[in-house]
Design a protein around this ligand. Structure first.
Ligand SMILES: Cc1ncc(COP(=O)(O)O)c(C=O)c1O
Length: 413
């Protein structure tokens, strides 16, 4: 058995993994043309005189087969605009996935509503539909589910319970562009789909950006209004209708996003094909497996979860991850993002020292978060995370597979 790199042996791989290159000639040409237009005619950067944000919205909606899309400046802004579009009263409850990005939860608090976390399915780390059902109260006015790491949440049971209680569902597709649930693209199953288009995602609007999609016309106009300071789009009013923010996307971002959207299918195909290759190469491992994929979904592999059977190994998962990293593999020991465990949330660091909205008299209840999502913790403890992108080749898959075999063999009980 060859000595592990972490113990002084030679690593499986010495050269770094390829960096993800997002931008090609087409994006450069598109930006060039836009700036040239601005230089020669003016108006190129103007969101309203400009054409690209509108076109990107149309193309994004078409890609998803929905009626409406409105662009925002980030994924966080998209979540906020989606909530703003629902015109929620303050001190209502919004159920959220427990493991997600802070940008998926902060808008609930900016809306002066109370996040309530449903627990996760430890096998996928995605929110557990049963737990959502259990945490609905008469105050629940929205549900936000995050499709984590590219794998769709099991949407049917969620939609069933949400419809029964007439609660709108927001799908946060930031990590799952192009993923399919029972043949449907994520973002098109709930009432609203939101996307982050920042540079780490499957496709990007020039480094930052977001999108809100829906088939509901009222939600669409409200999201668009909210993301533009309450502007009276599609209204008889001349001046702004309600409190909103400036969350608009720029033409510069949109012109890049449009090219990127045309490349999305290629990105998805490559990520899926690489995942399939790795799955085949890992089939004989005994303690480290591909993360579970639930039936009837096609993930889009933002990250690749690796399931570790701790009881079969002599060392903790963290040591396995360290050993893999020493072999030159881009692995993290976990995706540890239970929001209620983060300092800003634990310390209620929202508006000064007020503790609002939790302390809001309109709410009038105590919420306890700690320990309410034990399966989310279990899921995090069960999985390592392989950083993943479409620029890998069979060489990277060979090296990952070789390192996994080497490390597992060394640590198997
Ligand atoms: C699930 C999820 N929601 C929301 C966001 C926030 O998106 P952004 O960084 O574009 O604001 C992210 C960002 O990674 C995310 O992963």
């Amino acid at each position: 058995m060859s000595r592990l790199a972490i113990e002084g042996g030679s690593p499986v791989r010495t050269e770094p993994f390829p960096r993800r290159i997002l931008i090609g000639e087409e994006e450069i040409e598109a930006v060039h043309q836009l700036l040239e237009k601005e230089r020669t005619q003016g108006g190129g950067l103007d969101r309203y005189g400009g054409e690209h944000v509108d076109a990107y919205e149309r193309e994004f909606a078409e890609y998803h087969g929905v009626a409406y899309a409105t662009a925002t400046s980030s994924g966080t802004a998209a979540v906020h605009a989606a909530l703003g579009a629902l015109r929620l009263d303050i001190a209502q409850e919004v159920i959220s996935s427990p493991i997600t990005d802070p940008g998926g939860v902060a808008p609930i608090l900016w809306n002066n509503c109370i996040p309530i976390f449903a627990d996760a399915d430890p096998e996928t780390m995605n929110v557990d539909p049963q737990s959502i059902a259990e945490r609905i109260t008469e105050r629940t006015k929205a549900i936000i589910v995050a499709h984590l790491a590219g794998q769709p949440v099991d949407m049917d049971p969620i939609m069933e319970v949400a419809r029964a209680h007439q609660i709108p569902v927001i799908e946060d597709c930031s990590q799952a562009h192009g993923a399919l649930y029972k043949g449907k693209l994520v973002g098109t199953i709930g009432d609203i789909g939101v996307f982050s288009l920042m540079g780490g995602k499957h496709h990007t609007a020039g480094g930052q950006g977001g999108m809100v999609i829906t088939n509901n016309e009222e939600i669409y106009w409200n999201a668009k209004r909210f993301a533009d300071r309450g502007k009276p789009f599609n209204s008889e009013e001349k001046k702004n209708l309600f409190l909103g923010l400036n969350y608009r996307m720029t033409e510069l971002e949109a012109v890049i996003g449009r090219v990127q959207l045309r490349k999305l299918d290629l990105v998805l195909e490559q990520r899926r094909s690489l995942a399939a290759q790795l799955a085949e190469r890992m089939a004989d491992l005994q303690a480290i497996h591909m993360g579970k994929v639930i039936p009837h979904v096609v993930p889009s592999y933002w990250l690749l979860l690796l399931r570790v059977e701790q009881e079969r190994l002599k060392v903790p998962k963290e040591q396995v991850a360290r050993a893999l990293a020493a072999e030159g593999i881009p692995v993290d020991p976990h995706y540890d993002w239970i929001i209620y465990e983060t300092p800003w949330f634990r310390n209620r660091a929202t508006y000064g020292k007020s503790g609002c909205p939790w302390t809001c008299p309109y709410y009038g209840k105590e919420v306890v978060y700690e320990g309410t999502c034990p399966n989310a913790r279990k899921g995090i403890n069960m999985h390592m995370v392989l950083r993943w992108h479409e620029g890998y080749t069979s060489k990277e898959i060979d090296d990952i597979a070789a390192a996994l075999h080497k490390v597992e063999q060394a640590y198997l009980k």
